[in-house]
Design a protein around this ligand. Sequence first.
Ligand SMILES: Cc1ncc(COP(=O)(O)O)c(C=O)c1O
Ligand SMILES: [Zn+2]
Length: 409
Amino acid sequence: MGAVNKLRCPKCGYEPASKTIFQCPDCHSILEVRVEISHFTRADFDRMRESRDHSIWRWFDFFPVANRSSIVSLGEGNTPLIHAARLCEKIGIQNLYLKNDTVLPTGSLKDRSNSVGLSVAKELGFTTATVMSTGNAAASVAAYSAAAGIKSVVMVPAGTAPSKIIQARAYGATVVVIDGNFDYEVAKLYTAAVEEFGWYDCLSSNPYRDEGKKSYAYEMADQLDGRVPDWVIHPTAGGTGIYAMWKGYQEFLSLGWIERVPKLVAAQSEAAAPIVAAFKKGLADIEPIVARATVAESIQVGNPVSLGWRALAALRESGGTAAAVSDGEILEAQALIGRLAGIFAEPAAAVSVAVAKKLRDSGVIVADEVVVCNLTGHGLKQPDALNLAEEELVPIAPTLKALREQLAR
Ligand SMILES: Cc1ncc(COP(=O)(O)O)c(C=O)c1O
Ligand SMILES: [Zn+2]
């Protein structure tokens, strides 16, 4: 049984009496979940590693779910950690690993969050879950709600690609397209709707759901046999991944299951880089920006209001950094990952590899360090990022002669 302590405000220590208050009424911080883990021993680590359950739920005791019967799982987690030899050679990092989350059930890292989030929703008795999203979270919340038997309402900004809306619809969600800017107008309506209708909030403003990405830290410790990478690079939008990996690594460190934590790196698109800007200026919190359009659509977030400050603290405490890359660098990285590693990642996911290359080129990362790049979403999420030339689609005659001509072109 995951022994859940109370929710607690990380800034002022406020502890609500109810499990459904997510925000501190005094300082407005998102509350934090604490799970009781201090009694675990090395034998528990071995037991969890040996579990036949290969989803994130082999780490059940670290998640804020009281009973296993509440678990809502589609088999998420334990994604491959691939030593990409040809990519290593190209980028000049001998020990570059790709954490391939493109293979998660709905094709993105959001499944780590929503498996935990919807399990708690079931436990707390909610009947409708909601999220506002540029695509990946909508699909994931819709899928896990379907599995939980909970209704889902997802809000997307006007202009969201139909391919993304279709996936959420396929899982039975009610999709609401809203005319307005994502970070401001859509966010305002979303907050008002959660309050008005009492829906279960699946954004990073939900402390339970934020626990899910701790599984990155647990899985890496398992997959590298207790070794810790020198660097972990994460495509960053809301800051949940950086915050949760930090927390997961800290938990293992406090138990003596690992000896140190990796340097964490927030990787962003230059068009939407509020965390990079705040990190470089030495700020304790984010200055919200209006994000510009970028090929990395899934991480086009200008106001990571809930966990931005937590992510900044995690970057600094880990001795890590933050870096932004251009759309050109992102598309180049996407092509390299496909052609040299055999993984089709969406542009937002390729941002981690683009940043790895940038930090290697500038000498921040040294050739023999162990570097993990999280590949957080599948390329089929956004197929139009790859422009096919029209002539590539022109059919040839079904003859060897025509084939030879085509191959010679
Ligand atoms: C593909 C992809 N990568 C990365 C992220 C990063 O989110 P976070 O910074 O909250 O971990 C998101 C979600 O916003 C995403 O959809
Ligand atoms: Zn507070």
